[in-house]
Ligand binder design. Structure first.
Ligand code: ADP
Ligand code: MG
Length: 733
């Protein structure tokens, strides 16, 4: 495929070529009111679509294209398809039909091969516009009219052709034309005209946000020809759909560009972390810290855990703070890796903070850390727990212990982020389920130390493409291996979960002495939501299984009450636990082998995958039953089937991303993520990886090309122009 193309088919002045001098991107910030077709009303409407500048407009691409080239003569017209042809108007008249509100305009048009009747409904202005003898282009559908007993062209779009100029000046006909989304009262043809005018006004500029070397290496088109041809494709024999394909050269250029801009920004951020120095280092003691750590554990680390620990070790030996993202499926053993990082900091006399989104999780982490540090630490490191429930004198003592450094390790919830929580020498921060915290919150914690090391984790697997893009300023460690001995879990979407299901599927499990979770979306009956609730299901199952004890736990219960029920289940005093999603995290019950989720369509895929991770944790295989409500949509059912097909959380996440798009997937609203206009994080992952490498090469320590350095400020300026919200993009510092 050609890598450079000219776009002379729109060129207003053939003497000006596309190569010339570098122009600053400032010209692209110009407003749109200087174009003749844009008055104050249209200006306001465009603004409501978020289109203010020339640049905004250029990046509002058509969603399809229409072939309005003259391909045919009247004799060759066929029924049923949209076709365009040139003709002269022979007769035109208004006909008033009594039962119709508007008059009908009838005309006959001809070319050297024949003639055809044309009708419009309303549109009286055509009488003047298309007077006899006018040459015009007609584009529309030809249909057979039984009334006229002949082919008729109905309500075609028309454009009068200037006999001197021909099609040169027309944006709407005689070429492949773009079709734009119409909203806020801006029609596609208004948009088309504006796009054409804007492109012509920029003719001769050779601005390009991508450094020349990057363009050359990537083999992508130059900026202006690509933008022109995204709006007005050149005359080719491709089917129109091909202009929408990611390998259409202008489009692949823009896709690459979008990724390159994002990755460049991430590289710039990364660099700003690289320039800050560490506040502590690991003293060489002659032993390998990882081997010492592992020898204290009752089991060997998985290969993936070892790799992640070594990556962390490498970070801590380097001269700048760690910024690392630990990705791993449920049960892949992230906590242990975090414990290793924490232990290293503690042993050097630094403080460590472990942030978790809920108190239950914080408690669980505190328990785990106590155990692991006991086994692997050379002295006692007792974690303290800081949550909203810690108040009064206890809280005051805890805070002063943190301020003096007496408490070396704290595990906590949002309570950790408050201003009145000072540290003595905070050197290591671990954030679990990092997406539950906003940018400001993460920053609030990191500023409590001097350039602390940061390890963020997520219990929800994130597809690699997202990790590379939105968390591109972080180093990535992936735990893609589960500890040995994990049981297989079978997932089934149940068609009908009537009494029969419970008797034939669940009763035998209970008879074997195994335990069952039943998860519901609601606590109690709700008028607003048509879904099953925990209270009714609890009552139903208690009656159905009189020989087994059924328990109920919901988010509305007090902490102690909740804990008592959980404890009873843990001790096997209860056989069935009916619950809301409070059990999503922090529950580890090896004898629980089955989980039934009612109204499963009301849960997110990631959440369901999390829930699934609660069973099969002991020596017995498990079954995960998904019961959809009666009103489930076909898409909803497909989503559930993803879980049937894939056990691997990363695959589930990828499918989830593909179905919902990155915005929904990550919850854009809260994180203020940039959205791509043509790039697709699922489809274009390979391009993303190439763009990331290109950005790393281009912005690396020793740029290979002098012109890259020169273009850097232009690049940064352009990123800010394209994405005004860039400062809100995810970052952990
Ligand atoms: P997650 O990644 O979901 O946070 P955890 O850290 O909670 O996973 O680990 C899940 C379980 O696996 C814990 O009970 C933990 O003790 C155990 N575990 C972690 N690493 C290993 C290992 N290498 N071998 C055996 N069990 C392990
Ligand atoms: Mg975990």
């Amino acid at each position: 495929m050609a890598t450079t193309t000219t776009a002379d088919h729109l060129n207003p002045n053939p003497e000006i070529s596309l190569s010339g001098n570098f122009t600053s991107p400032l010209k692209l910030t110009a407003g749109l009111d200087r174009f003749p077709s844009i008055g104050p009303r249209r200006l306001a409407r465009l603004e409501r679509r978020g289109i203010r500048s020339v640049l905004d407009l250029l990046y509002t691409f058509p969603y399809r294209y229409e072939d309005r080239r003259v391909r045919i003569t009247i004799a060759g017209l066929t029924e049923g398809t949209e076709q365009g042809f040139l003709a002269e108007v022979r007769r035109i008249r208004k006909k008033v039909v009594p039962r119709l509100k508007a008059p009908i305009i009838e005309a006959e048009v001809f070319d050297h091969t024949g003639s055809i009747p044309v009708v419009w409904f309303g549109q009286e202005y055509l009488l003047k516009h298309l007077s006899e003898g006018t040459q015009a282009f007609f584009f529309g559908k030809v249909e057979y009219s039984s009334y006229a007993r002949s082919l008729v062209l109905r309500s075609p779009m028309t454009e009068v052709i200037d006999p001197e100029e021909g099609f040169r000046k027309s944006y709407h006909v005689g070429r492949i034309v773009p079709v734009y989304r119409e909203n806020e009262g801006v029609s596609s043809s208004v948009f088309r005209r504006l796009a054409g005018d804007v492109l012509r006004s920029l003719w001769g500029e050779s601005f390009d946000p991508l450094p020349p070397a990057v363009r050359r290496d990537a083999g992508v088109m130059d900026w202006f020809p690509a933008i022109v041809e995204m709006h007005f494709p050149k005359d080719t024999d491709r089917p129109m759909e091909e202009f929408l394909a990611p390998d259409y050269p202008p489009r692949s250029r823009i896709i690459f560009e979008e990724f390159f801009l994002l990755e460049s920004l991430m590289m710039m951020r990364k660099k700003s972390v690289l320039v800050s120095g560490r506040s502590w280092t690991i003293s060489e003691k002659g032993e390998s810290p990882l081997e010492t750590f592992e020898s204290g554990l009752p089991f060997p680390l998985t290969g993936a855990q070892k790799r992640a620990c070594n990556e962390i070790l490498h970070d801590l030996f380097s001269s700048h703070p760690m910024n690392r993202f630990l990705l791993g499926d449920v049960g892949s053993g992230k906590t242990l890796v975090a414990a290793f990082a924490i232990l290293l900091a503690l042993r050097e006399g630094r403080q460590a903070a472990f942030l978790a989104p809920t108190e239950i999780l914080a408690q669980q982490h505190a328990r785990t850390l106590t155990r692991v540090l006991e086994m692997t630490g050379d002295k006692r490191f007792e974690p303290v727990l800081l949550a909203q429930s810690v108040r009064g004198p206890e809280r005051r003592a805890l805070l002063s212990g943190l301020a003096t450094g007496e408490h070396a390790l704290v595990v906590g919830t949002h309570a950790l982020l408050e201003e009145g929580v000072p540290f003595h020498s905070l050197g290591m921060i671990v954030i679990d389920e990092q997406h539950k915290f906003g940018v400001a919150q993460r920053r609030a914690l990191s500023t409590k130390g001097v350039n602390p090391d940061i390890l963020v984790m997520t219990a929800t697997p994130i597809p690699r493409s997202l990790a590379l893009s939105y968390y591109g300023d972080l180093e990535l460690s992936v735990l893609d291996e589960l500890p040995p001995g994990r049981q297989t879990i079978t997932t089934r979407v149940v068609k009908n979960a009537g009494e029969d299901f419970w008797r034939s599927r669940i009763d035998p499990v209970l008879e074997k002495g195994e335990q069952v979770f039943v998860v519901l979306p609601l606590i109690e009956e709700s008028e607003a939501v048509e879904a099953k609730n925990a209270s009714d299901t609890y009552a139903f199952l208690s009656t159905l299984f009189p020989g087994h004890r059924v328990g109920l736990v919901t988010g509305r219960m007090e902490g102690e009450e909740k804990e008592a029920v959980m404890e009873a289940f843990r001790r096997r005093e209860l056989s069935v636990l009916v619950a809301t999603t409070v059990i999503e995290v922090g529950v580890d019950i090896p004898n629980a082998t089955v989980m039934v989720v009612e109204n499963a369509e009301r849960f997110g895929l990631a959440q369901l995958h999390q829930l699934r991770g609660r069973i099969g944790r002991g020596s017995l295989p498990g079954t995960f039953y998904l019961v959809p409500g009666p009103a489930i949509s076909p898409e909803g059912r497909m989503r559930l089937e993803v879980l049937e097909s894939f056990a691997d959380g990363f695959r589930v996440a990828e499918e989830d991303l593909r179905m919902r798009g990155p915005g929904e997937f990550l919850g854009v609203k809260q994180s203020g993520l940039p959205m791509f206009c043509v790039a697709d994080l699922v489809r274009d992952v390979e391009t993303l990886v190439r763009a990331r490498e290109a950005a790393a090469r281009s912005l690396g320590d020793s740029p290979q090309h002098p012109e890259d350095v020169w273009n850097l400020s232009c690049l940064e300026q352009f990123i800010r122009l394209r994405y005004s919200e860039v400062d809100n993009w995810l970052s952990i510092r």
